[in-house]
Design a protein around this ligand. Structure first.
Ligand SMILES: [Zn+2]
Length: 208
């Protein structure tokens, strides 16, 4: 008979564990049902590859477990590199998004040092010629569109998927910038540095 931890050996613990398992299964089937109701019977779901890593004082963020669950429920799941999807404006693809809203610091232990921080929740485009700019209903002046960060990421995901479908590659602005040869590690034999003109050009490359 395998040895059990004293806590697990408690009948109440086993009962709670069982009900947690049943509730999780219920939640998974409800989520699958809701997704099929909204996106059709056989949708393709596109998820970002962002990972929170080890984060203290935060609830766990569904990542690998969510993907496994969606696959087990019969969905087709695609994985997309989120690089720069919160940086570029999805409307003009030229301007960069910036934080602008000051909010009270939600972390109590940091409130003394930084009582006010910039919110990550909403962003706006820096480009004054952005197609996404809207008119202020009160003043009638043109002003930047305020974007929820998740919406901005999803719109940029759509640009990436469209780029892959139509041109077979990811738009350049969402690629990682890498040098073909690491110039810092390659020094000429005479000890002098190569001139900048001879340095290999930086290229954007998609890292899958
Ligand atoms: Zn823009």
């Amino acid at each position: 008979m395998p040895r059990r931890h004293p806590w697990i050996a408690q009948p109440l613990h086993r009962k709670l564990q069982e009900s947690a398992f049943i509730n999780r299964q219920r939640w998974e089937s409800k989520l699958a049902k809701d997704l099929r109701r909204k996106f059709g019977l056989n949708p393709t779901l596109i998820l970002g590859n962002w990972s929170a890593g080890i984060v203290r004082s935060h609830a766990p963020i569904p990542g690998k477990g969510l993907r496994r669950m969606l696959l087990a429920q019969g969905f087709k799941v695609l994985h997309i590199d989120e690089f720069k999807t919160l940086t570029w404006c999805p409307y003009c693809e030229e301007g960069k998004l910036e934080k602008f809203l000051h909010v009270k610091n939600p972390r109590p232990h940091q409130q003394i040092k930084w009582p006010v921080i910039m919110s990550y929740a909403v962003l706006r485009c820096k480009n004054v010629n952005c197609e996404g700019w809207v008119k202020n209903a009160m003043t009638g002046e043109s002003c930047p569109r305020i974007l929820n960060r998740d919406l901005a990421a999803c719109l940029n995901f759509r640009h990436i998927v469209t780029g892959l479908w139509e041109h077979g590659k990811v738009p350049e602005c969402f690629m990682h910038l890498q040098r073909t040869v690491d110039a810092d590690e390659v020094a000429p034999d005479n000890g002098s540095r190569e001139s900048p003109d001879n340095e290999p050009p930086a290229q954007r490359r998609r890292i899958e």
